[in-house]
Design a protein around this ligand. Structure first.
Ligand SMILES: Nc1nc2c(ncn2[C@@H]2O[C@H](COP(=O)(O)OP(=O)(O)OP(=O)(O)O)[C@@H](O)[C@H]2O)c(=O)[nH]1
Ligand SMILES: [Mg+2]
Length: 357
């Protein structure tokens, strides 16, 4: 599962990407290349489990980010089409510049995150509209030759999409059945992807909710949209400190947790993922799976043998395990449940798979 980082030029995409992944790609000049990297998703539950089991290794869930070159604010409409990589992403993180920096402001204009968000969303809509129109044209020709029911169904669906886009609404806002959603998958529409809007704010603007104003009202409750704010500059300072210093610094600034943790947690939710855990002396590990995954498939995420030879899953909630102190205590107490192949894995389950190959 991948998240594409997208935004106008010099909005701080690569700076954020570096902070999230621990990589050190060049910032400042206009990027022309994309970068890929993996971020560890902090999880307090996993840390608590690791305190109990003291494993040799603790492995958190990860999210993969792809940092793509920025769009120029004055680019020809449809410029997002030049970023074909975006289409293959599962979700998009839209970085908006809200910080003021003389050199950047001179080149890219005064910071106006809402304007920039509208510009980017417009790019998504245009780019999707071009795809829909092209396909509809082709369909009309095919339908003239042959009135196949599947062609007519597809035309109906694409007409609905076109109507939505022409009304300047993203496809995220269409109410679609699972089946229709599947039918649209191959088109890799940008405005259908869930987005995480990250406001890259000035260091001193992190107190309060930057999205509280009336101008953001329309964005606060849209389907498939999450809003969050960070100050990349401030996060960079925190990341450069030793842990104790960082804690003291954050306390001074009145910050409970690094904003990056919020970005990571939101990214994870955006992808529709939940975590289950495996525990033991060797390793405590968080495994990300799509919401609704049955136990037998979750087993396959660990190893295909475990899926193939699946007998049953022994499941206990992470906090119940912490309360009892061990899996055997949970077994005695009756909080450890035996589940079969079709059991739907829930966020925070600790699972021990029994299998036979
Ligand atoms: N003051 C301030 N400067 C920032 C902040 N975030 C990034 N910058 C600076 O803004 C400049 C551009 O940052 P990048 O991370 O390269 O931006 P980008 O979005 O990757 O730019 P392109 O890839 O060229 O589109 C760099 O000089 C950063 O140091 C911030 O939160 N505050
Ligand atoms: Mg960049």
């Amino acid at each position: 599962m991948e998240i594409g980082i997208v935004g106008l030029r010099s909005s701080g995409k690569t700076t954020l990407f570096n902070l999230l992944t621990g990589l050190e790609e060049a910032t400042g000049g206009y990027s022309t290349e994309s970068h890929q990297g993996i971020a560890r998703v902090p999880d307090a539950r996993l840390e608590r489990l690791a305190e109990l089991f003291r494993p040799r290794k603790t492995t958190p869930a990860t999210v993969r980010y792809v940092d793509v070159p920025g769009l120029a604010a004055d680019a020809a409409r449809g410029a997002a089409l030049d970023l074909p990589q975006l289409r293959t992403m599962d979700a998009l993180m839209v970085v908006l510049r809200a910080f003021d920096e003389p050199g950047i402001t001179a080149a890219e204009g005064t910071p106006d995150p809402l304007r920039d968000l509208q510009t980017i969303e417009a790019e998504f809509l245009i780019s999707d509209q071009l795809v829909v129109e092209k396909r509809l044209e082709r369909l009309e020709k095919d339908i003239q030759k042959r009135k196949a029911p599947e062609l007519l169904t597809e035309r109906d669906l694409l007409r609905r999409c076109l109507e939505c886009l022409e009304a300047e609404r993203p496809l995220r806002e269409l109410e679609l059945s699972t089946e229709k959603r599947k039918a649209l998958r191959g088109f890799t529409f940008l405005s259908l992807k869930p987005i995480l809007v990250v406001l890259n704010a000035a260091e001193d603007a992190m107190a309060g909710d930057p999205f509280a104003g009336a101008e953001w009202e329309g964005w606060r409750s849209r389907p498939g949209v999450e809003l969050t704010a960070v100050s990349a500059a401030l996060e960079g300072e925190i990341a450069a400190l030793e842990p104790e210093e960082a804690a003291a610094f954050m306390e001074d600034m009145g910050i409970a947790k690094p904003a990056l943790d919020r970005v990571l947690a939101a990214s994870f939710r955006l992808l529709g993922l939940v975590s289950f855990f495996t525990v033991g002396e060797d390793e405590c590990r968080a495994w990300p799976v799509p919401e609704g995954t049955p136990a037998v498939e979750a087993a396959g995420v660990i190893h295909s043998d475990i899926q193939r030879g699946f007998i049953r899953a022994e499941v206990v909630r992470w906090d119940e395990l912490l309360a009892e102190g061990s899996l055997s205590a949970c077994r005695q107490k009756g909080t450890l449940r035996l589940e079969g192949k079709t059991y739907t894995v829930r966020d925070g389950d600790v699972i021990h798979f029994r299998f036979n190959v």
